[in-house]
Design a protein around this ligand. Structure first.
Ligand SMILES: Cc1cc2nc3c(=O)[nH]c(=O)nc-3n(C[C@H](O)[C@H](O)[C@H](O)COP(=O)(O)OP(=O)(O)OC[C@H]3O[C@@H](n4cnc5c(N)ncnc54)[C@H](O)[C@@H]3O)c2cc1C
Length: 382
């Protein structure tokens, strides 16, 4: 028996003993996803217990070092944990932009004080983070951002506006791109962390076509931020921002592309053309799974390509959009039900409409293709 086999059997045993049965059921609604944070209300005792137990074991961030709240697992061990959780249908104990986006950036660019201060809180789900990148005039052209942080010697003074800030009204802290110099477009950006409860921060929710309101306009009006809350060097925040975006794109691809596997077993419409489309989708879903596996192995071997997050993001989100188009097509007119109990409050159409944003959030599909064109095809003008 190899060490990895032993790890697998111990993990299986621990999960069997500690994952509450309710946390092995598929999620039924948004409240089933635990986001943590200062104001989080657990939807059940099982949800609270599951988070607490996973935190104690360092398994909300299994591959992070132990001193920052992780379990120090090697990539193969982390993969085994993921497989064993999937085997029993265990829910993710904690959804967190802190884990999937800020944490990796802090591990690479943060000072030791910042790592010790922020990473364990993220691992325990105590602080909920939001991402302050996009602005009304700076989405795809992110480096055009105008939110300003002035150096007031003993603090930064932040003024400006962000937009599409997911869950800004629910977040405790923000990781925010600010302009600290106008001398160079990308060279004048800094990566700043601050508390959303600081005087001068306000949010206004934006309504989506799905009927939900998961993001906001976020305003900063003379917000005072302590000097030691810049990550990396002042005016070098673009490096941090890009590194974080790579992780965001991998997270989106992983969550969406891999979600739900193939469709053929669940959808069996009479229409032969639709059945053929479902079969073609299933082939692509399996190819995506194989591609993810390959990129994971390349990453482990230190051979990850700089464009791989963009390839994954593009393929994963386009696949997810196709998945929901097919679910709607196979459901016929019944699938359009919006409010009934039978339709689980319109789950299918709301999920379908939500996918329209997949190829925008985290950078649009066109921008991912530009990155692939530049880094793989060598088209320098892209
Ligand atoms: C669900 C969702 C959640 C989001 N959450 C956040 C968040 O938490 N924090 C945050 O900061 N932002 C967030 N965003 C914003 C997101 O990052 C931007 O919407 C995205 O980067 C696109 O920017 P934009 O909306 O300004 O569109 P634009 O940049 O104005 O693009 C408009 C269109 O032009 C195309 N285009 C633009 N430039 C080029 C080019 N050079 N080549 C080819 N085509 C181009 C785009 O592909 C797009 O089709 C979120 C967006 C969505 C939809």
């Amino acid at each position: 028996m190899t060490d990895l086999d032993t790890f697998r059997s111990e993990t299986r045993e621990w999960l069997e003993a500690n994952c509450p049965p309710e946390m092995r059921e598929p999620m039924r609604s948004e409240v089933d996803a635990c986001w943590g944070g200062r104001n989080w209300t657990f939807s059940s005792e099982a949800q609270r217990l599951w988070l607490e137990r996973m935190v104690e074991r360092g398994w909300t961030v299994p591959h992070w070092p132990k001193e920052y709240g992780g379990a120090g697992l090697s990539p193969p061990e982390a993969k085994v944990l993921k497989e064993e959780m999937a085997r029993i249908g265990a829910r993710n104990p904690l959804y967190s932009f802190g884990i999937s986006m800020l944490g990796p950036a802090l591990l690479k660019f943060g000072s030791e004080e910042q790592k010790k201060r922020f990473l364990p809180e993220i691992a325990r789900g105590e602080i909920r983070w939001c991402q302050g990148y996009s602005e009304p005039g700076a989405g795809s052209d992110l480096a055009g951002l105008q939110t300003k942080a002035e150096d007031k010697v003993d603090h930064w003074l932040v003024n400006g506006q962000k937009v599409w800030t997911s869950y800004a009204d629910k977040a405790d802290w923000i990781f925010c791109l600010v302009r600290t110099s106008t001398e160079s477009k990308q060279g004048g950006i800094s990566f700043l962390l601050f508390d959303m409860a600081t005087p001068g921060v306000s949010t206004r929710p934006i309504l989506l076509i799905s009927g939900n309101s998961p993001f906001c306009e976020t305003f900063f009006d003379d917000v005072k931020v302590p000097k030691d809350q810049v990550v990396g060097d002042v005016n070098r925040g673009w490096d941090v921002a890009k590194y974080l975006l790579g992780h965001e794109r991998e997270m989106i691809a992983g969550m969406l592309g891999g979600a739900g596997g193939t469709l053929g077993a669940a959808l069996k419409p009479d229409d032969p053309f639709l059945r053929a489309e479902i079969a073609a989708f299933d082939v692509d879903a399996l190819a995506f799974a194989a591609m993810s596996e390959r990129f994971f192995e390349m990453f482990k071997a230190g051979e990850a390509h700089p464009a791989s997050p963009s390839m994954m993001k593009y393929a994963g989100t386009e696949l997810n959009k196709r998945r929901h188009e097919l679910i709607m097509a196979a459901g016929g007119s019944d699938a359009l039900e919006w409010d009934s109990e039978r339709s689980k409050n319109g789950k299918a159409p709301r999920d379908w409409l939500r996918t329209k944003a997949n190829s925008i959030e985290g950078g649009t599909s066109e921008i991912q293709l530009n990155i692939v064109a530049k880094h793989i095809l060598g088209l320098r003008g892209a």
